[in-house]
Design a protein around this ligand. Sequence first.
Ligand SMILES: *[C@@H]1O[C@H](CO)[C@@H](O)[C@H](O)[C@H]1NC(C)=O
Ligand SMILES: *[C@@H]1O[C@H](CO)[C@@H](O)[C@H](O)[C@H]1NC(C)=O
Length: 354
Amino acid sequence: MHLLLVLTFVLEVQSRIMNLNFTSDCTCHIELKSTNCTSSNYTQLPMYLPPFTEQLDLSFNLLSAIEPQAFQATRRLRILLLNNNAISKLANGAFSLLEGLLRLDLSRNRISTLSEGFSLGLGSLRELSLAENRLTVLDSSCFVHLDFLQRLNLSHNTIKTIKMRAFGSMSTLRQIQLDWNNITILKNGIFSMLRNLEVLNLRHNQINCLDVGVLSPLTSLAVLDLTNNNLSSIQFKTFLSLNTYSTHIMLQGNPWKCDCDLQRVFRKLSNVKRLFLDDYDNLTCLNLDEIHGYYTMGLDTELCVAEMVTVLVITITVVITVVAAIVMAEKKRKKKNKEKHWTEVSEYSCGSQD
Ligand SMILES: *[C@@H]1O[C@H](CO)[C@@H](O)[C@H](O)[C@H]1NC(C)=O
Ligand SMILES: *[C@@H]1O[C@H](CO)[C@@H](O)[C@H](O)[C@H]1NC(C)=O
């Protein structure tokens, strides 16, 4: 027993000096305050982790669940990497003791739901990645305790529904990656608290509709990426309501229904000084030019010609009708005068005959 204790002590001292293997599969670095347990086939958290650890790398293991208060031995953690495991269950309060945690990487796991308790105690967290998981719904309670989060990566999930106030408490959020999900509609109110959001990445979803007011709370938005969605039309007001200093908007890779209305919307948008349609020249239309399958919006300045022609035809028709009516009326008047004249003449001639 004593021998074992002494041995442990010696090992510990040695590792402090030489940064040797601390436990069997983890490497510790005392100056960096980091412990690296990556790629070690852990199915559970290692039994012993040095309490000085501020950076813990547990990526590429076989963890499947994180139990409540799992990290009570390492409460000083600032960075926790749990990416590339098989985590499907995050207990309520799994991270609740990590009050100084700044960065949590849970990407490439099997997380399909987030309970309210998941974010308990993560009031200092600045950066959270849940990319490449199996989330389908973002509930209004998912992120309630993340009061200081700045970057949220939700890319490559199967998110279809974002509930009202899902991002409700995240007024410090600056970037959201929501690319490669299954979002179809952006409803009013889902971004209502995100007044500091600078980057909203919605690439590769199936968005076909944006509620007119959905973007209006985003007063700091600098980049709105809607590339590769299912938009065929948009309303001018939707983007006009972006009350920002300057916003770059990406819209290519959508099946635009290029008609005069849409062209008018884009023309009006291009006159709004704070909005930049960066890829306007790359927008393609699905409805025109069946031979090539698409048509470029930027080159096509003639979408409203048909409408102009119609207006012109109607105007000309009206003018002709009016002119014709005047001419006819004039003719009728003249004819009447002539008839009168003839009557007078004939009367006169009759009279002269007499
Ligand atoms: C978000 O996660 C995806 C998928 O893992 C990754 O490719 C991307 O670089 C991340 N984005 C940011 C801004 O961290
Ligand atoms: C437009 O498309 C071209 C050719 O595919 C590409 O090189 C360019 O980067 C695109 N422009 C923008 C702003 O995405």
